[in-house]
Design a protein around this ligand. Structure first.
Ligand code: TYD
Length: 213
């Protein structure tokens, strides 16, 4: 048996807008705490300067081309990983990480608008720096997610329309198929109740943790 300690796990939550990732992140965080982990929960776009610029684009305060948006997400992600104060590489020394979106989101959201291979290649530095233990993909019918978004918010963001969410869901499938062997994607049926989705995620995560993968 190797003496090298396994780093704490890193789970990236994925899914189209309205798929319930943010709620499920809270459930997963509580579960990991119960299992004895210190947990760092985080999200992309980040709350740092590049992430704030992206949010301004989404809010319509800045106009930017799709390539620029995709490139900003890459830069934001690299800052998310390498930031010397609170970056993922620092956090991972002591904490389990849950991120609300990671590079699979770039493949899905930008692959739906610009060349997928370009998006993949520009995410290589992030992929090589830190791969998650597993991507947890909450797969959901875009019609249902649009209904949820309409119920929960007054305004919708840049990518939140049915046509786009259908394209993003297709791009998620393409993006998943491009991931190299050895990356783990847990696929969860998001068209179920919050409780069932929560239990499905916990079951899959426990399976990974108990096997020490
Ligand atoms: P979202 O998780 O919906 O955040 P919030 O709940 O705060 O609105 O993410 C915001 C948007 O960012 C979402 O529409 C997907 C998009 N996005 C990309 O386009 N590319 C990326 O690489 C990432 C991480 C997110």
């Amino acid at each position: 048996m190797s003496n090298t300690p396994t780093p704490p796990p890193f789970f990236a939550l994925e899914g189209i807008d309205g798929s319930g990732k943010t709620t499920q992140l809270q459930h997963l965080e509580a579960h990991l705490v119960k299992r004895g982990y210190l947990v760092h929960s985080t999200c992309e776009p980040t709350k740092n300067i590049i992430g704030r610029m992206i949010r301004d684009i989404f809010a319509g305060k800045i106009i930017a081309d799709q390539h620029v948006i995709a490139a900003l997400f890459c830069a934001d992600r690299l800052d998310h990983i390498y930031n010397e104060t609170d970056g993922l590489l620092v956090q991972q020394r002591t904490r389990a990480i849950i991120s609300d979106r990671y590079y699979l989101s770039s493949l899905a959201y930008h692959g739906a608008h610009v060349d997928m291979q370009w998006v993949y290649d520009s995410n290589q530095p992030a992929m090589n720096a830190l791969r998650p233990t597993a991507h947890i993909y909450i797969d959901m019918d875009p019609k249902v997610s649009m209904e949820r978004i309409a119920l929960s918010r007054q305004e919708t963001e840049l990518y939140e329309n049915l046509e786009n969410l259908i394209a993003v869901r297709d791009a998620y499938e393409k993006g998943i198929s491009m991931l190299p062997e050895g990356e783990t994607v847990i696929r969860i049926n998001g068209n179920q109740t919050e409780e069932v989705v929560k239990n499905d995620i916990i079951k899959a995560v426990d399976h990974i943790l108990d096997k020490g993968l």
